[in-house]
Design a protein around this ligand. Sequence first.
Ligand code: SF4
Length: 433
Amino acid sequence: MATQLEIARAGKISDVMKRTADREGVSAELIRDELAAGRLVIPANKVHVADNLEPAAIGRAVSVKINANIGASDVSSSLDGEIEKMKMAISLGADAMMDLSTGEDLDAIRERLIAECPVMFGTVPVYEVIVGRGVEDIDHKTILEVAEKQAKQGVDFFTIHAGLLREHLPLTKKRVCGIVSRGGALMAKWMVHHDRQNPMYELFDDLCDIMREYDVAFSLGDGLRPGCGADATDEAQIAELRTLGELASRAQEKGCQVMVEGPGHVPYDQIKRNMELQQDICNDAPFYVLGPLVTDSAPGYDHITSAIGGTAAAFYGASFLCYVTPREHLGLPDVDDVRQGVIASKIAAHAADVARGFGQAAARDRRLSEARANLEWDKHIAESLDPKTAQRMHEEACARSQIADSGDSADYCTMCGRDWCSVRINREVRDQF
Ligand code: SF4
C-alpha cells in the first residue's frame, strides 16, 4: 500500500487527506498538494488509522500543532500515571503524544498507550534498543528489529537521530552544554566507542523501507540541538541541519513522509534566522521545534520561556511545537506540570495562528472579545483555551466577593467592582458618542 506522500504525488486524495482537510477547514486538494510537495505531513500509521487514530496534518498550510511528551522511567511514575497524563493532555488539546518511556516493560506501556491514544503517537526507537544492554552494545540488527516492531504496533512517527555524524562531534567541544539530546548523546557515545559512523545514518535506507511499509513519518532528530542560548545557531547545529536536509530528501524520494526537528534553546533575536535556515536547507519540510526556550534563567517556568519562543518560531516557519513543562530541567513532570505545559503550548500555537492570519484563530479571539464586551461570562469562558481554569477562577472570585449579584449574571467582575467596571460603563455611554 502506498504512503500518503505517494498517494498525493499520484494526484489522488485519500480518505485520510479528506478527514484532515475537514478538521482544518481547508480543501482536500490543498492538503494533497502540500503533501506532494513535502511541505506537509500526516503522521498516520496504517495500523493506528485502522484502529482509533483521528489523523491530523502538520505543515504551514494548516494550524500549528502541539506535542506533549509522556513516559514512565525506571526512577519515577507508572503506566497508570502516564495514561492519566496522556488523557488530560489530549482533553486540553494536545495534537500529538510522544512516549519517551525508558526502563523495563516498554512494549506493554507502548501498546496500552497507543490503544488509548486517538491522536498522533510518536516514539524514539533507540530508547528501546538500549534496554538490557549498554549503549556500546547497540547493534544494527536490533535497531531494525525494534523499528519494525514499533511500526507494527502502530506508532505514527519516529524520532531518528541520523543527522549527527562522527565528523560533527569535534564541533561540540567548545559548547557550554555540549550534546543535550538524549538520542544524540547515545549516538555520540556509540560512535566514539566504536570509531564508526552513526548507525542510524548507516541504516537510513533500511529504516526508510520499514517506515514506508507502515507509513510511519520521519521526525529527523536534532541530536545536536543547542542546550542553552550560548550554543544556539553554532557550527555543530548547522552542520547537522545540513545532513538532515539531505536525509529529508532521501526519505521523501523513497516515499516516506518527513518532518525535521529543531532547537531547543534559542535567544529570541535568533529565532527568525533559525526558522529561515531550516526551511531553506530542508526544502520546506515541516519543522518541529522543542520550545524554543528564549532564556536559560527560568527553571520552574520553562513552559513560559518556551511559549514565548514557540509563538515566534511558529510565526516564522515552524509547524509543530513540542511542549515544555514547568518541571523541565528539574524532574519528571506530574499531571499538573503536563497540564500547564500543554496550555502554554496551545496558547503559543494559537497566538502564532492569529498572527499569521490562519483560519479560525482570529475569529475565535473575536468571539471571545465580543462576549467579554457584552459581559456574557458563560460565552467568555466557553471560548477560552482552558475553560475549566477560567470557570474556576471566576467562581472563586465571585465566592470571595460576598456580593449577591457578582455571579454569572452580574454586569461586572470583582477585578474592578461595579462602579469602576469600564466595560459596563462603556456599554452605558457608547450609544451616546
Ligand atoms: S470589572 Fe474590570 S476586569 Fe471585570 S469586566 Fe469590568 S472592566 Fe473588566
